[in-house]
Unconditional design. Structure first.
Length: 285
């Protein structure tokens, strides 16, 4: 089994910065790459803010804060990944963008390096097949916010070496996560169950089953969910949910995965949730 000592993360946005932070927090030297200095600085600032809040709440010490940051090497240069043992791609949820990243990585990584994609909806096999070493490829799907969410989905393909799946599963545990083995099908396990629930909540609102508040309070107080489905949609992003739902519908051709008309119209109107300031609810600047 490959011994993992150094971690590479491609992308320093919401997911990538969280993955890099967790890897460094659990003792791994980590290199994280963004396409330009501005985005890289923004991602590193997000890590610093999260850790600073941890110090304020006495979840960690100021020394631990500095040690975690010290284990993270920010860069815009993929050649820095030449000696990583595992790389986790966390770029835009776009198939061609991910293929392009791994094509560039193929020219840099060692043959034995483990390749992982953090995609939440795309076909792992299709991404892996575009690389030079598809047998060294596996899906590794974290959830947002990465430092707080305990579960991670490990998604092997028909080409993935069995020992590599075991290695990545143990690596996930070393990050304080609970790994679950998921099939390479759109939505994997969590989104396969979650997305139809979210879409049904939109349909319920469309049909007048209840107000947005009643639907959300009903699920929070009646089922013990920390967030109502419409609140959760705003948090995830309506455009993200719409994109995932379309991928799942294209694969399964089941009506429960079909995006409701209201979701499509809200995306077209730019009402994407928290990220745009307006979704099913309105958010102050």
């Amino acid at each position: 089994m490959t011994e993992i000592k150094k971690v590479g993360v491609v992308g320093c946005g919401l997911m990538g910065s969280g993955i890099a932070q967790v890897a460094a927090a659990f003792g791994y030297n980590t290199v994280v790459r963004e396409v330009d200095d501005e985005r890289l600085a923004k991602g590193m600032a997000a890590i610093d803010r999260f850790l600073s809040k941890g110090v304020e709440r006495k979840k960690l010490t100021a020394d631990e804060h500095e040690q975690i940051l010290g284990r993270i090497e920010p860069t815009t240069d993929l050649s820095k990944f030449a000696d990583v043992d595992i790389v986790i791609e966390a770029v835009l949820e776009d198939l061609e963008a991910k293929k392009k990243v791994f094509a560039e990585l193929d020219a840099v990584l060692s043959d034995e390096a483990i390749r992982c994609s953090n995609t939440s909806s795309l076909c792992i096999t299709e991404i892996a097949a575009a690389t030079k070493h598809p047998n060294r490829f596996v899906g590794l799907h974290f959830f947002s916010p990465v430092p707080l969410m305990d579960v991670v989905e490990v998604i092997p393909t028909l080409m993935t070496e069995a020992e590599l799946t075991k290695t990545v599963t143990e690596f996930s545990r070393s990050l304080g996560k609970t790994p679950i083995l998921a099939p390479d099908r759109p939505g994997f396990i969590v989104n396969r169950l979650l997305v139809p629930y979210l879409l049904d909540a939109i349909r319920a609102l469309e049909c007048g089953v209840g107000t947005r508040e009643d639907i959300d309070f009903g699920m929070k107080l009646g089922c013990g969910h920390p967030m109502g489905p419409l609140e959760l949609l705003d948090f995830v992003g309506l455009d993200t949910t719409y994109y995932i739902a379309n991928i799942m519908y294209d694969e399964f051709k089941e009506n429960r995965f079909a995006p409701p008309p209201l979701l499509r119209r809200m995306v077209l109107a730019g009402h994407l949730g928290r990220k745009s300031g307006r979704g099913f609810y309105e958010y102050a600047e």
